[in-house]
Design a protein around this ligand. Structure first.
Ligand code: SF4
Ligand code: SF4
Ligand code: FES
Length: 426
């Protein structure tokens, strides 16, 4: 716990709590435009600016992302703060003169009209970035982003090309405080018509919340009773009520990264279903073999792969490690980046270090792999085994952190290749 002073009052709080969180608990009103408690603070609107006094100096900071520090003094409504907020609101008023939220803020600060010129009065986007963060952090779709710079900065799909990544879930439209995001009926219709019969996914399926269709309205959520019931019950969009992407964020397990949304085979291959194909890669534990690999051999796209056949061969200083496939089916794509830079498998095993895509002969076989809690338990056991082995070989003076050091792991794997193989693959 640390102690700081806010508006003359001493407060005790946990380290890393943001000034905004503390002020909200103390019922101190601080205006915000880009803050949402479920999303990473972005600090872009600067409206939550407060004055912080530390070591005899004062400075202006954004309360939504400034962590509390021992002994600092904070003023939330000093003359400097009010002056800064007024200028910001005048600028917002010039950018988006028709947005009621901005007009309300101006009224609260007694601002009648802005001295700045409105370049494009039709613009409703205050560039708060809530839509982008909701799409990335809650939905996990990464379909929209900021583009261009300065006064031309705006929100859109990457390269302004119609993005297949958008699942039309509507989280961005829901979170937008100004109504600037409007779901395009074209996109909704395209998604609705892209699948038929049992493949007609509703937005709950596409969000990864359930694996069955909730209603047959497709994406006409406004006509769906289930959707209405969800909104009534949780008072928010399903992406915020159930936080699908947040629940899938990676965890550190005994120094190794575990990705909860994947399936895992006992041979340390992860599998991620993607439409009709399944992407395969090596988990963070077995990928330690790739830290200094000379090469990684992968089969060719178009080849058929049988369950138990070699999926990848890691070659390092004359030693080889064969990894076997947990599924059968034709290979639809191979990650050539990994063949060029084998180290990628270790650096980024669950994303850029993927190995290949397969169209499984028997898709139901994926359910025989570890998933959910069972996957975590299995992964933890494997991570503990490998870590204790690495610790055994560490010089007596080594600290735990050094055992995670890349060079140390490289040396142990190289020297103890067969033993590590036995520990991990039996
Ligand atoms: S509709 Fe959903 S997936 Fe599409 S951009 Fe908005 S939040 Fe992202
Ligand atoms: S579109 Fe809406 S949510 Fe996205 S940045 Fe603009 S104002 Fe914020
Ligand atoms: S709410 Fe803090 S910068 Fe926008």
């Amino acid at each position: 716990m640390i102690t700081l002073t806010i508006n003359g009052k001493k407060v005790k709080t946990k380290e890393k709590t943001t000034l905004l969180e503390i002020c909200r608990k103390m019922s101190i009103p601080i205006p915000t435009l880009c803050y949402h408690p479920d999303l990473t603070p972005h600090g872009s609107c600067r409206l939550c600016t407060v004055e912080v006094f530390e070591n005899g100096k004062s400075r202006m900071v954004t309360a939504c992302n400034f962590p509390a520090r021992q002994g600092i003094k904070v003023e939330t409504h000093s003359d400097k703060v009010i002056q800064a907020r007024r200028i910001l609101v005048e600028l917002f008023l010039a950018r988006c003169p028709r947005v009621p939220l901005v007009q309300d803020l101006a009224r609260e600060l007694g601002i009648g009209k802005t001295p700045y010129k409105a370049e494009n009065p039709e613009n409703n986007c205050i560039l708060c970035g809530l839509c982008v963060r909701a799409c990335n952090e809650m939905v996990g779709a990464h379909a929209i982003e900021f583009s261009k710079r300065g006064t031309h900065k705006k929100i859109g799909t990457p390269f302004e090309i119609d993005s297949d990544r958008c699942i039309a879930c509507g989280a961005c439209e829901y979170i937008c405080p100004t109504g600037a995001v409007q779901m395009e009926m074209d996109r909704i219709r395209k998604i609705k018509n892209s699948d038929t019969g049992t493949h007609r996914y509703c937005r709950y399926m596409r969000l990864g919340l359930v694996d069955f269709m909730v209603c047959s309205n497709g994406f006409e959520c406004w006509r769906c009773e289930v959707d209405q019931m969800m909104e009534d019950r949780f008072g928010t969009h399903p992406a915020f009520a159930l936080k699908p992407a947040k629940n899938k964020q990676s965890l550190q397990v005994n120094g190794f990264t575990f990705s909860p949304e994947l399936f895992y085979s006992e041979k340390h291959v992860w599998a991620r279903p993607m439409d009709r194909d399944v992407r395969l890669g090596l988990d963070d534990i077995i990928s330690t073999f790739a830290t200094e690999a000379d090469s990684i051999k992968l089969p060719h796209a178009g080849m058929g792969l049988e369950k138990g056949q070699v999926l990848a061969e890691i070659i390092c200083a004359g030693k080889k490690l064969k990894i076997h496939s947990p599924l059968s089916g034709p290979i639809t794509a191979v990650n050539r980046d990994v063949e060029e830079s084998p180290n990628l498998v270790w650096k980024d095993p669950y994303r850029r270090g993927w190995l290949l895509m397969i169209r499984p002969d028997q898709p139901e076989e994926i359910s025989q792999l570890y998933s959910g809690e069972a996957a975590k338990t299995w992964f933890t056991k494997q991570a503990v085994n490998l870590k204790s082995f690495l610790m055994k070989w560490a010089p007596k003076s080594s600290q735990k952190e050094e055992v995670q050091d890349e060079r140390f792991i490289q040396r142990i794997i190289r020297d103890q290749w067969d033993k590590v193989t036995e520990i991990l693959l039996g």
